[in-house]
Design a protein around this ligand. Structure first.
Ligand code: AMP
Ligand code: ZN
Length: 467
C-alpha cells in the first residue's frame, strides 16, 4: 500500500504520516459556532474532516475523532472585538443562548447525517467545559504567559517567541500599523483574551478566580482538545480562515501550557466560494443544505461536488456544477443498482491494479478527484461485474456516497439503526425537553428522510425502519 502523506500547514510541506502512538490517531476538528444554520461552505470543512477520518481508517488506523460545539465566546470579529455571536443570535431570535445552541446544534447534526459524515466519537460543548478552560488560563497565568487587565485575562504573545509561525504573520508590521486599539491596556495588539469579565447583564457568565465572566473562543479548543486527546494530538483540522487567529492562538496556549508541541499536524481546507468570493455568513452570500434539498438536490450531490475538488483548492459553487454532480451521482447509483449483489466474474489482477491506484490517490494528501477518476474507470471500463461490485463497496468506505446501497435501499433490511439516526433521535429528545417544537419536528422530518420513523409512547421514544 502506498504510504500516507498529508500536507502540514505549519511547514507547508507534504509529510509522511506517522501517529504518536502506533496504530491509533487522535483527530480534533473545530466545530461550528451554533448561532445560525451552517452554510455549505462550513459543511465543506466537515466533509474534508470526514474524508480524512475515513482515509485514516482505510489505512487501518483506529481513529478517535473529537469535535467541539462552540456555544460561547466566539466574538463577531475573529479577534476579540465585538459581541459574542451567541448573545447577538439569542437577541436576534428572541431565544435564550441555550435554546439557540440546542436548535442549531440539532440542525448541524441533521446536515452531517444527510452528508454521510460520520459522527465524531466525542462531541463536546464549550459550555460544559468552562472549569477546564479556567484551569488552562490559571496555569498560563502561573507560568507567566498571561496577564490580567481591566476586562479580563490575556495571553502575552511576547512570551511565546514562535508566535505567528503557523500563519507566517508579520507581527512587527502589525505592531507598527495597528489601528487605534479598542483595548488600550493590551500589551500587544495580537494578545488575545483567555477570560473576559462580564457585566451583570451579560447573558452567559460563570464564576472564576477573576470574577464572573466567560471564556475566550481560542482557549476552548485548547482545553477540550487536550482533555479528550491528551497533550500530543496527531491531527487538528479546520478551515483556512482559522489559521491566522484561532489556530495561531491555540498553538501558543497549548504549547505554552504543555511545555512542548501539542498538535503534531495542522490541516486546513480551502474556501468554498460563491461568485469568486468566500461564502460567509457575514457577507450574506450563503446557501444552506436545506436550500439545496428544497431545490430538489440530493444532499449527497453536494458531497460528490466537494470530492471532485482537492480540499486545498478553492472551489466555486454554482447551481450548474451542483446539477452536474447530481447527474453523475445518479449515473453511479444506476450502475450500483445493476451490480447489487453481483457474484459475477472477477479478475483479481485487474482489481489489484485499480485498488492500488485508488489507494495511491487517497494516500497522496487525500486526492479525492483522482480517486473519483479511478471510481469512474471501475464503472465505465470493461471491469467484470463481480470485480466492479467488490471495488465499489471497498471505495465506498472512503467516499461515503452510498455506493453500497442505492438510495431507495438506504434503510438496511436488518432493521439496524445507524449511529447518525440515533444521534438525530437524541437531538430530537433534547429539543423536546427544551420545548423547542419546531426543531423537534424538523429533526423528525430528517429522520424520516433517512428512512426511519420515531414514535413517542408512554414508555419512551422508539425508532424503527419505515415500512
Ligand atoms: P464557524 O461556525 O464560523 O466556526 O465555521 C465552521 C467551519 O467552517 C470552520 O472550520 C471554518 O473555517 C469553516 N468555513 C467557514 N467558511 C468557509 C468557506 N466559505 N469554505 C470552507 N470552509 C469554511
Ligand atoms: Zn477551534
Amino acid at each position: 500500500m502506498e504510504p500516507l502523506r498529508l500536507f502540514d500547514t505549519l511547514s507547508r510541506q507534504l509529510k509522511p504520516f506517522s501517529p504518536v502512538v502506533p496504530g491509533t490517531v487522535g483527530v480534533y476538528t473545530c466545530g461550528p459556532t451554533v448561532y445560525d444554520y451552517a452554510h455549505i461552505g462550513n459543511l465543506r470543512a466537515y466533509v474534508f474532516a470526514d474524508i480524512l477520518r475515513r482515509v485514516l481508517e482505510y489505512n487501518g488506523y483506529q481513529v478517535r475523532h473529537v469535535m467541539n460545539i462552540t456555544d460561547v465566546g466566539h466574538m463577531t470579529s475573529d479577534s476579540d472585538d465585538g459581541e459574542d455571536k451567541m448573545v447577538a443570535g439569542a437577541r436576534r431570535e428572541r431565544k435564550s443562548p441555550e435554546e439557540l445552541a440546542a436548535m442549531y446544534t440539532g440542525a448541524f447534526f441533521a446536515d452531517l447525517a444527510l452528508l454521510n459524515i460520520k459522527t465524531p466519537h466525542v462531541v463536546c460543548r464549550a459550555t460544559d467545559h468552562v472549569p477546564e478552560m479556567i484551569a488552562v488560563t490559571r496555569r498560563l497565568l502561573e507560568l507567566g504567559h498571561a496577564y490580567e487587565i481591566g476586562d479580563g485575562i490575556y495571553f502575552d504573545i511576547s512570551t511565546f517567541p514562535s508566535y505567528g509561525s503557523l500563519a507566517r504573520l508579520d507581527l512587527q508590521g502589525q505592531q507598527a500599523g495597528a489601528r487605534v486599539e479598542v483595548n488600550r491596556e493590551k500589551r500587544h495588539p495580537a494578545d488575545f483574551a483567555l477570560w473576559r469579565r462580564a457585566d451583570p447583564s451579560h447573558l452567559m457568565q460563570w464564576d472564576s478566580p477573576w470574577g464572573k465572566g466567560y471564556p475566550g473562543w481560542h482557549v476552548e479548543c485548547s482545553a477540550m482538545g487536550m482533555k479528550y486527546l491528551g497533550d500530543r494530538i496527531d491531527i487538528h483540522t479546520g478551515g483556512i480562515d482559522h489559521v491566522p487567529v484561532h489556530h495561531e492562538n491555540e498553538v501558543a496556549q497549548s504549547d505554552a501550557f504543555a511545555g512542548h508541541r501539542v498538535v503534531q499536524l495542522w490541516m486546513h481546507n480551502e474556501f468554498l466560494l460563491v461568485d469568486g468570493g468566500r461564502m460567509a455568513k457575514s457577507l450574506d452570500n450563503f446557501y444552506t443544505l436545506t436550500q439545496l434539498t428544497e431545490r430538489g438536490y440530493h444532499p449527497l450531490s453536494y458531497r460528490y461536488f466537494c470530492l471532485n475538488a482537492h480540499y486545498r483548492s478553492k472551489l466555486n459553487f454554482t447551481w450548474e456544477t451542483l446539477a452536474g454532480a447530481q447527474t453523475a451521482l445518479e449515473r453511479l447509483w444506476g450502475r450500483v443498482a445493476q451490480l447489487a449483489g453481483d457474484n459475477g466474474p472477477r479478475v483479481e489482477s485487474l482489481e489489484a491494479e485499480l485498488r492500488q491506484r485508488f489507494q495511491a490517490a487517497v494516500n497522496d494528501d487525500l486526492g479525492t478527484p483522482q480517486a473519483m477518476a479511478v471510481l469512474w474507470e471501475v464503472v465505465r471500463k470493461e471491469v467484470p461485474s463481480g470485480s466492479a461490485a467488490l471495488l465499489l463497496s471497498e471505495f465506498e468506505a472512503v467516499l461515503g456516497l452510498d455506493l453500497d446501497r442505492a438510495p431507495a435501499r438506504r434503510v438496511g433490511s436488518t432493521g439496524e439503526v445507524p449511529l447518525e439516526v440515533k444521534e438525530l433521535v437524541a437531538e430530537r429528545a433534547r429539543a423536546r425537553k427544551a420545548r423547542n417544537w419546531p426543531l423537534a419536528d424538523a429533526l423528525r422530518r430528517r429522520i424520516e428522510e433517512l428512512g426511519f420513523v420515531v414514535s413517542d409512547t408512554p414508555d419512551g421514544t422508539t425508532v424503527q425502519p419505515a415500512r
